[in-house]
Write a protein that binds this ligand. Structure first.
Ligand SMILES: Cc1cc2nc3c(=O)[nH]c(=O)nc-3n(C[C@H](O)[C@H](O)[C@H](O)COP(=O)(O)OP(=O)(O)OC[C@H]3O[C@@H](n4cnc5c(N)ncnc54)[C@H](O)[C@@H]3O)c2cc1C
Length: 386
């Protein structure tokens, strides 16, 4: 179909939430991505980009999908400027492979990616799910310093990092982080790195629901500089586990000081649940003001949802801890929306209001119209049917 680019017929395993593409394109360079997107533009074909495929079932099904653009062959780390603490990688590099290369030089990209196995740089940016250490280091958006994207008409655009061509007026890195493949294809990314910490300690303590929010607030305000403060609440009828991470040469002393605040135990082993999501068939994210954390926990207690995340950062993930029918899930989400912004990231139901009220929606529609007027990039996969 497109000269020089490997394209194969799609099979049942390539379906995106039940929508079977006709072809799978496997570009190996940015120019090949551009050639695929140009060819698709000429033929009005809809495209869904794919990395490791770990989150392709998130979001609603695409309205149409002719070509699955699989970035697995774009798997090179292009430059690791260790002295500058910067790495540039192709979008199909897995986060594990990247971590391995960086660790050899004593560095890391301080993003804790759930489902790290198979997760790619591009998919991590496109879904923008923050992990525990975003509390200290920021999110993917903050650690991204440059990006190369291919727009739906095949234009290659770069911003930040080593800039060759900018799309005037837009911060492409910010736009494409969290865009779920609806604006174009992320081809390469440049990240700011951190040295691997000399030491890590977790302080782990059990808490009752009423104690959790004040404890998280006290820890966030403490002088011990935690890198992350997470809670795990697998059953809202039971107690929570609080875990605090401290990193660096003085981690041991700071962990001891933290233990004075929280009780519990100090360990070098990360808790088995730390930064992980087990099972994402149904997964929701709640964002709220840290001051509202106690009220959010009270609401969660009534919903039948398990909770994991950061009360101090006002960001938690929710999964059902028992079978929930669609109407029960909808009721639980509606209830939580009284206290928090709740997005249903994944659920095998089509009638559910996944996003709730999104105040920026008119602006997002205008951005979509500017970047993808033909609605060919992952159509219908994002908020408001974008
Ligand atoms: C069509 C389109 C238009 C965009 N326009 C802009 C823009 O004008 N300015 C800008 O900074 N970024 C824009 N983005 C990028 C995108 O909204 C953000 O990168 C993404 O929301 C990052 O999430 P956040 O948690 O950092 O932001 P947040 O501050 O949490 O969310 C930003 C807004 O987008 C909504 N929203 C977005 N994405 C999700 C998602 N996955 N899950 C849930 N809610 C979502 C939120 O409710 C909120 O209104 C756009 C993306 C798309 C696809």
């Amino acid at each position: 179909m497109i000269e020089g680019v490997t394209v194969r017929q799609a099979g049942a395993g390539d379906a995106v939430r039940g929508v079977l593409p006709r072809w799978v394109a496997l570009p190996e360079t940015v120019e090949e991505i551009a050639a695929v997107l140009r060819a698709c533009a000429e033929r009005d074909l809809a495209v869904v980009p794919a990395g490791g495929g770990t989150k392709l079932h998130w979001g609603p099904p695409p309205e149409r999908c002719d070509v699955l653009l699989d970035l697995c062959c774009m798997n090179e780390i292009l430059e690791h400027a260790a002295g500058d603490l910067v790495v540039r990688a192709q979008a199909g590099v897995t986060m594990d492979a990247l971590a391995g290369t960086l660790a050899d030089k004593g560095q890391e990209l301080a993003l804790d990616v759930p489902f790290s196995e198979g997760t790619t740089v591009g998919g991590t940016l496109a879904t923008a799910l923050p992990g525990p250490r975003s509390f200290r280091y920021g999110t993917a958006r903050d650690l991204l310093i440059g990006i190369t994207v291919v727009l739906p008409d095949g234009t290659i655009a770069r911003s930040g990092g080593k800039v060759v061509k900018n799309v005037a007026g837009y911060d492409l890195g910010k736009l494409f982080t969290g865009s779920y493949g609806t604006l174009g294809v992320i081809a390469e990314a440049t990240f700011r790195l951190h040295p691997l910490p000399a030491d890590r300690r977790w302080v782990v303590a059990g808490l009752d629901r009423a104690e959790a929010a004040p404890a998280a607030a006290a820890l966030a305000a403490s002088q011990t500089e935690p890198s992350a403060i997470e809670v795990d609440w697998p059953d809202p009828a039971g107690p929570l586990t609080l875990a605090v991470l401290v990193e660096g040469t003085t981690a041991e002393a700071r962990a001891a000081a933290l233990r004075e605040l929280t009780g519990g135990a100090v360990t070098r082993e990360r808790p088995s649940w730390w930064g992980l999501i087990e099972g994402d068939e149904v997964l929701a994210e709640a964002r709220f003001l840290p001051a509202d954390a106690g009220a959010v926990l009270d609401e969660v207690a009534a919903t039948g949802l398990a909770l994991r995340g950061s009360l101090a950062a006002g960001r938690v993930l929710l999964t059902p801890c028992r079978d929930l029918a669609e109407d029960e899930l909808a009721a639980a989400v509606a209830r939580l929306r009284e206290r928090a912004r709740v997005h249903v990231l994944a659920a095998p139901y089509d009638g559910l209001d996944r996003w709730g009220q999104v105040s920026g929606l008119p602006l997002m529609r205008r951005v979509k119209e500017r970047f993808d007027p033909g609605r060919r990039m992952s159509p219908g996969r994002f908020v408001g049917g974008i």
